[in-house]
Design a protein around this ligand. Sequence first.
Ligand SMILES: C[S@@+](CC[C@H](N)C(=O)[O-])C[C@H]1O[C@@H](n2cnc3c(N)ncnc32)[C@H](O)[C@@H]1O
Length: 237
Amino acid sequence: MAAEPTPQAPAQAHAQAPASASASAPKPDVLAAFEAAKGFMPVSEGLALYTAAVEAGRLGLPLLEVGTYCGRSTILLADAARAAGVTAVTVDHHRGSEEQQPGWEYHDPETVDPEIGRMDTLPLFRRTLHKAGLEDHVIALVGRSPQAARLWSSPLGLVFIDGGHTDEHATADYEGWAPHVAEGGLLVIHDVFPDPADEFTGQAPYRVYLRALESGAFTEVSVTDSLRVLCRTGHGS
Ligand SMILES: C[S@@+](CC[C@H](N)C(=O)[O-])C[C@H]1O[C@@H](n2cnc3c(N)ncnc32)[C@H](O)[C@@H]1O
């Protein structure tokens, strides 16, 4: 699928990937809110995500995340969106990924709604965002990522893929959202583990990352642990 036209696109027909995005750091209160939030993303990757979000914010387009969980990474996108005068959009059904279900390594009993006995991270996410003072800069879409993607039709400055880690989910996230990354916009993929010995939830994000590079539409900008930042420098996905 072809990338959508970008209203505020850079002047050149084919965007150049930034040679190395200059690092932008969140203010101490934002970093403290990120560190206090429930979630799995380490600070090193959070800082790389923030740098990407600030860079992408320059396009004047929304920043979209797949995989809200309790809002840890959303805080960083929201703060970058606030600075750029754009909106962060975050998509999650809030019922947790496979590895977060009861009995699995990444399960947190505090995420279970005792009345229905299923995970519900939406209240925790809302609390996180409220405490960080960032509610006004985020739209939360509650539902399945492919369903939301089917309704989406406008360009995005950044797509951050951190949803389900099975091939089915990661592929659907890529196919649903990557086509909306504007020229010069960024595609960020989390939990990319090239060495199977390093991975813990499967290598689907790595396969999606390879697919993005092989498409010729994306060029790598940065690698920070398992976080990969790619820039749209061509058409397709
Ligand atoms: C690894 S967590 C996200 C972590 C979050 N980005 C952070 O840094 O704290 C993955 C999230 O993706 C959500 N998820 C998994 N598959 C999904 C799907 N198909 N549609 C929407 N959300 C999904 C889960 O509910 C879970 O909250």
